[in-house]
Design a protein around this ligand. Structure first.
Ligand SMILES: *Cc1c(COP(=O)(O)O)cnc(C)c1O
Length: 469
């Protein structure tokens, strides 16, 4: 499989190189040159497979030429072996034909484990083969950091540095990062906000001199491998609900458009998906596009669903690429005008094309809490605020009651106790067994000033299993 950039000017890469790449050299994002397409018979024949075997069949074409089948199977079996629920991504019924797919049974209790548990193992496999080491420098406002650290903690060939804003992540989220020890794991609390952290990561990709030749790898959802891993659970859900003979709809709590883009790809690979709902919080750039063809940057608001607090959705460029007939020059132009003027619209027929599949809703904090309370009263299911936004959007935007509607349950409610408390649900939140002593564990973290040079100096001092690069 070859991968090409959404801006058309960077060299095509194979899977291995795309795994190790950040942005393409032309500033674009990598996508498969040709998406595999499965027949209905083929998809139907996968019914009842264990999750890792389904994952093998769905992802095999993407890694072909880079990872032999037997090795890939073994990696997938290990990856999904660490999940605490036997079904890996169980479906919970809320109402007649309404479901939540629980994607929070991985080590860090958010859906990001599906991709980052795999990414860590893939990196180690590829790096072992090449005899190389890499450094990861990533920024997090919460869930990505812990999932990335958990995914890479056993990697022999990866040193991981995660930047989080000092005193601005929740205690559960901080402890999920800072209580994991290893000489290749480095938590850095930056005396600044999340944007400061992200800017430092971007600047480090742009100028990698401080790495003394060691390669820098991205763990945010611009990394293709993360999107790839998320395609699988759309197939998994559909197969349990009568697919592919029957179509299914999904509502997806969205920030960076990563998770929902995976659903879009599942559909293009042959899975009958009737409707994809973009569910955002008050940071609603995607909803403003889907509802009114305006992709315009606005100020950032802090919400009860912090993992979706974004101003700009990086993966949206991947959808725009398809909407523009995969014309890289057109995307480069749009992105330029976005950078200069802070916004754009697309031609009406392209927007109409997107709207055939996508609907959207923006849900504010008050409605989020209302939905948590409503669903708890109706069905006893306690939703986290991100998932609640998805359920709310599913209910308001649903096109057909005959088609099963699945909301992606992106996090365990215990990660976001504030929202649950505000919703007035009087149920005690308990950490799952593997995290029950989280608040008693020792923490390890370095506080650094909001200064790029200080961060880069720290990375070069510790980037080789705690020793200087
Ligand atoms: C990251 C995250 C999201 C948003 O996912 P995207 O792929 O950026 O759309 C939603 N919910 C939770 C709990 C998350 O951690």
């Amino acid at each position: 499989m070859r991968y090409i950039s959404t801006r058309g000017q960077a060299p095509a890469l194979n899977f291995e190189d795309v795994l190790l790449a950040g942005l393409a050299t032309d500033g674009g994002l990598y996508v498969p040159e040709n998406l595999p397409r499965f027949t209905q018979e083929e998809i139907a024949s996968w019914a009842g497979l264990p999750y890792h075997e389904l994952a093998f069949r769905v992802m095999r074409p993407f890694v072909s030429g880079s990872i032999p089948d037997a090795d890939f199977k073994k990696i997938l079996e290990e990856t999904y072996g660490v999940f605490s629920h036997n079904a890996i991504a169980p479906l919970r019924q809320l109402n007649g034909n309404e479901w939540v797919m629980e994607l929070f049974h991985g080590p860090t209790l958010a859906f990001k484990d599906f991709a980052l548990q795999l990414l860590g193992r893939l990196l180690d496999y590829v790096l072992q083969k090449r005899g190389e080491r890499v450094v990861i420098v990533g920024a997090t406002s919460g869930d990505t950091g812990s999932a990335a650290i958990e995914g890479c903690k056993h990697c022999e060939n990866v040193d991981i540095f995660i930047l989080h804003p000092h005193n601005r992540v929740s205690e559960v989220q901080r402890r999920q990062m800072t209580t994991i020890f290893g000489d290749n794991i480095h938590n850095i609390a930056i005396e600044g906000n999340f944007d400061d952290c992200q800017e430092m990561v971007k600047a480090s990709f742009a100028d990698q001199g401080f790495l003394k030749g060691t390669r820098l790898v991205a763990v945010n959802s611009i990394n293709w491998a993360r999107i790839m891993a998320q395609i699988v659970y759309y197939f998994h859900a559909a197969l349990q609900l009568g697919g592919p003979a029957r179509s299914v709809s999904f509502s997806v709590p969205t920030g960076n458009f990563g998770d929902i883009f995976a659903g879009y790809l599942a559909r293009n690979m042959g899975l009958p998906i009737n409707q994809l709902i973009v569910a955002t919080n008050r940071n609603d750039i995607l909803h403003r596009f889907m509802s009114g063809n305006q992709y315009v940057k606005e100020t950032l608001h802090a919400t009860l669903s912090p993992s979706m607090d974004i101003m700009v959705s990086s993966n949206f460029e991947r959808l725009l690429f398809d909407l523009h007939g995969r014309n890289g020059a057109a995307i480069a132009g749009l992105m330029d005008s976005f950078r200069q003027g802070g916004g754009f619209s697309v031609e009406p027929e392209r927007w109409t094309e997107a709207r055939k599949l996508f609907d959207s809703l923006a849900v504010d904090d008050e409605q989020t809490c209302e939905t948590i309370a409503e669903v708890f009263a109706q069905s006893g299911e306690l939703l986290d605020p991100h998932t609640a936004i998805g359920v709310r959007a599913a209910r308001e935007c649903r096109r057909s009651l005959d088609i099963p509607m699945v909301t992606l349950g992106t996090a365990h409610p215990v990660k976001f106790p504030e929202a649950v408390k505000k919703a007035g649900v009087g149920k005690a939140l308990e950490l799952p067994a593997h995290l029950s002593d989280l608040f008693e564990r020792d923490e390890r973290c370095t506080v650094l000033p909001n200064d790029l040079k200080a961060v880069q100096a720290f990375v070069s001092q510790h980037g080789n299993r705690g020793k200087p690069l």
